[in-house]
Design a protein around this ligand. Structure first.
Ligand code: ATP
Ligand code: MG
Length: 199
């Protein structure tokens, strides 16, 4: 074996030891709270990717779409016929289009009731609360109420929260936080959101 091969073998051996150590330490098994936040693209697509993954094993999945429920959504169209998937959408247009605080709050609270039902149902393996961070930011939904439902959810249930500027309290509770970093976005160079890519 030459020098390079020996060095590679040694560094692979070290890597294996480190990974084995981490695997040995990860002993707990329970549902997780994941937060996909930040200004970059990928939060909602990552959530739907996980939805697809869970459905692939035959688990029951529920998705609540706050804000963009009335929008076109390719991944929802593709998956909706799966009997294990339930999607609830907020019955209003985009919030800065309607600009009616009272009706938006009501629409938010209506769909939040669906979320509470999901978060109390042990048969649901994964719950996605897409764009819920804005509901807290606009004050349509009380963070204490959301925390309460998350804390009391079934032990085996995983929840994904998406949206920019996630509330501090939600971040404190999260097991996994991924901050999508906006290194560059086509939109800022005059490129339109693209069907099948952006929605
Ligand atoms: P996606 O749905 O593509 O995963 P996202 O959930 O991370 O995106 P949102 O803030 O929910 O991002 O925005 C939804 C729409 O805005 C998508 O069409 C997305 O491509 C676009 N978008 C995401 N990040 C940016 C950005 N930094 N600048 C401009 N547009 C963005
Ligand atoms: Mg999104």
């Amino acid at each position: 074996m030459n020098d390079r091969e020996t060095r590679h073998k040694q560094s692979m051996q070290k890597l294996k030891e480190r990974v084995d150590e981490k695997v040995a330490k990860a002993t707990e098994q329970r549902g997780l709270l994941l937060v996909f936040t930040g200004n970059g693209k990928g939060k909602t697509t990552a959530a739907w990717g996980t939805v697809t993954r869970a459905l692939g094993y035959g688990y029951k999945v529920s998705v609540v779409q706050f804000i963009k429920g009335m929008w076109e959504c390719g991944e929802r169209d593709r998956l909706i016929d799966d009997e294990n998937l339930d999607v609830q959408v907020m019955a209003t247009g985009f919030t800065w289009e309607t600009q009616n605080r009272e009706s938006d709050t009501q629409a938010c609270l209506d769909v939040w009731q669906e979320a509470e039902r999901m978060l109390a149902d042990p048969s649901i393996y994964l719950v996605v609360l897409d764009e819920i961070t804005y509901m807290l930011k606009f004050g349509y939904l009380d963070v204490a109420r959301v925390k309460q439902a998350l804390q009391h959810r079934p032990t085996e249930q995983t929840v994904i929260i998406t949206g920019r500027n996630a509330h501090r309290d939600l971040l404190d509770m999260a097991d996994t936080i991924t901050e999508m970093h906006d290194t560059r976005h086509a939109f800022n160079n005059g490129l339109q959101a693209r069907r099948g890519i952006d929605y």
